[in-house]
Design a protein around this ligand. Structure first.
Ligand code: FE2
Length: 260
């Protein structure tokens, strides 16, 4: 298994706080059958800034430590980029990283909404051959309330990544229900852990894939696993052979009155 979204770099964001915590996460990943992962520290989220050069250097240091400690884990560089208006300028200036040298950028939205300029931004990114992967749409109030808006972004060329803990119920029944509905609607192309810490938010990918298989069947589950592996190899992934379906109806009216 390959995990495209993790906070394993030590002391750079709200993930691993020191090297010991990074190594704990790395060993837990190996124990779960994960062979490679992408370090995606928060970038531009108002609290953390981790630009391309810094992340690349930190990843090489941590990969070397894995080698020394005989932890068989392929570590690659990425970022979880909070969407912001100057994103295209910073991409051109070399401050942003795709996921493991693939064509994909991991993009996070604010919790409550999707900024008005996102459709145009995604269109421009796709023209540049940089394809947005939407991080955990199940935890965005607007997308949970309006699945047709997620479908529109996917139709523009974006992909969507749901978090293992959301599928497993770790963020509560509401987020789990939304995640499963997004999965059944073919609006999700990747599952990853968004792992932060060994105790609170670890990998739980095996369990999530088990639940995906139960919901969607073996073939689609394998397709999602393959998508993550393809990103790890720097290759293009693919969408499902079935079209996404999304009505204008909300996935969960709970979100109308209460945000996550
Ligand atoms: Fe994350």
């Amino acid at each position: 298994m390959f995990d495209i979204h993790t906070h394993i770099l030590p002391g750079v964001d709200d993930g691993a706080q020191n090297l010991d915590e990074s190594l704990d996460l790395a060993r837990a990943a190996v124990a779960e059958g994960i062979t490679g992962l992408i370090a995606t520290p928060h970038h531009q989220n108002g609290r953390y800034w981790n630009d391309a050069a810094f992340v690349t250097a930190a990843v090489s240091v941590l990969q070397e430590i894995f080698r020394e400690k005989e932890i068989p884990l392929n570590l690659q560089a990425g970022q979880e980029i909070r969407v912001y208006p100057e994103l295209l300028d910073d991409l051109a200036a070399g401050k942003l990283l795709t996921l493991g040298n693939s064509p994909y950028l991991l993009i996070e939205f604010p919790t409550a909404n999707v900024p008005h300029y996102v459709s145009e931004l995604f269109y421009e990114l796709c023209l540049l051959g940089k394809i947005p992967v939407i991080a955990h749409p199940e935890r965005n109030t607007e997308l949970a309330n309006h699945p047709d808006r997620l479908k529109k972004l996917i139709d523009l060329g974006a992909y969507a990544q749901v978090t293992s803990h959301s599928i497993n119920g770790g963020f509560g029944r509401t987020v789990q229900t939304i995640s499963l509905k997004m999965l059944r609607s073919n609006l999700v192309h990747l599952v990853s852990s968004d792992a932060h810490h060994i105790d609170m938010r670890h990998f739980a990918l095996q369990e999530a894939y088990w639940r995906v298989q139960k919901e969607l069947g073996r073939e689609k589950c394998q397709h999602m696993k393959n998508n993550a592996e393809k990103i790890g190899m720097g290759e293009h992934m693919s969408k499902f052979w079935e079209e996404p379906v999304a009505s204008r109806k909300t996935f969960f009216s709970f979100f109308r009155s209460k945000s996550l």
